[in-house]
Design a protein around this ligand. Structure first.
Ligand SMILES: [Zn+2]
Length: 274
């Protein structure tokens, strides 16, 4: 996996493991599967679905395509319904909740950046084609967020994650796979929103004369009104998420693959680095 520009695929397995692959790596895997070379594809699946790198890649690259695979990773712990399987579910659940919360924080940050930029944008920019989704989402859309299609996949994922990973079984695994699918489905919209904000930043920073010259009282009034309308339609969003109180925290031993002093990366690291 060398590029963040190509489409990345999340492959959900029939166990508490998943893999984030580039299209090329996925084609290689499928090729070995089609050649009926179980030794090789089992080795590849196990390597790609290493828990630590899977969650890291989910956070770092945010795949936009979801594929369900009926194969297991091949680890001994996943071949029997025993304690390690429960541990795997707990680890995965904790990672997905963290990913969800990080995305929520990123969304709120994008909103703040948008409304900070808005007073510097001209009406022609707002009504034009540039950053259309951001303007639609933050300034034009009037529906409460619970009715906004933008958040539909978020709500399904949060509901799917609201289970106790302390219990074993196919039901818990089904919840995890459902959550993974809908977490991935919401990524493309978020990436577009992020790109839109960056386009506006670039416009304001590099071409102020095209962005609307300068901030005026009239523009500030419009920006304040837009922000107030957005805040109203987002009421309750701060409490939206997984009911973590019902989730049994993973034991320290089960998180041995997580370094305590590790710097946690955010989704779409480019957002922070550009
Ligand atoms: Zn597994």
């Amino acid at each position: 996996m060398t590029s963040t520009s190509e489409q990345l695929i999340l492959v959900s397995l029939d166990c508490p493991h998943f893999a984030v692959l580039s299209e090329l790596d996925y084609e290689t895997l499928i090729d070995y599967c089609n050649r009926e070379d179980p030794e090789t594809w089992q080795f590849l699946l196990q390597a790609y679905s290493e828990p630590r790198s899977s969650l890291e890649n989910l956070r770092k690259f945010s795949p936009t395509r979801f594929v369900r695979d009926e194969r297991q990773c091949g680890r001994a712990e996943c071949l029997v319904h025993s304690q390690p399987r429960v541990t795997g579910l707990r680890n995965l659940h904790a990672g997905l909740v963290e990913y969800f919360n990080t995305r929520k924080a990123l969304y709120l940050q994008l909103a703040k950046e948008y409304f900070d930029l808005l007073p510097f944008l001209g009406a022609r920019t707002i009504n034009g084609l540039l950053s259309k989704i951001a303007h639609q989402h933050f300034s034009i859309e009037t529906q409460h967020w619970t009715l906004d299609p933008f958040f539909e996949s978020w709500q399904i994922a949060a509901t799917a994650m609201n289970f106790r990973p302390s219990t074993d079984g196919d039901e818990a695994l089904g919840h995890v796979r459902h959550a993974l699918k809908y977490l991935v489905l919401g990524v493309a919209d978020m990436k577009q929103l992020m790109e839109d904000i960056w386009s506006l930043k670039y416009l304001v920073g590099r071409f102020p004369e095209e962005s609307g010259l300068e901030r005026t009282d009239r523009k500030q009034v419009f920006a304040n009104a837009s922000r107030a309308a957005w805040e109203k339609r987002m009421s309750g969003f701060e409490h939206f998420g997984v009911n973590v109180r019902s989730v049994k925290r993973p034991s320290p031993e089960s998180l041995e693959w997580q370094d305590e002093d590790e710097e946690m990366s955010t989704p779409w690291e480019a957002h922070r680095e550009v």
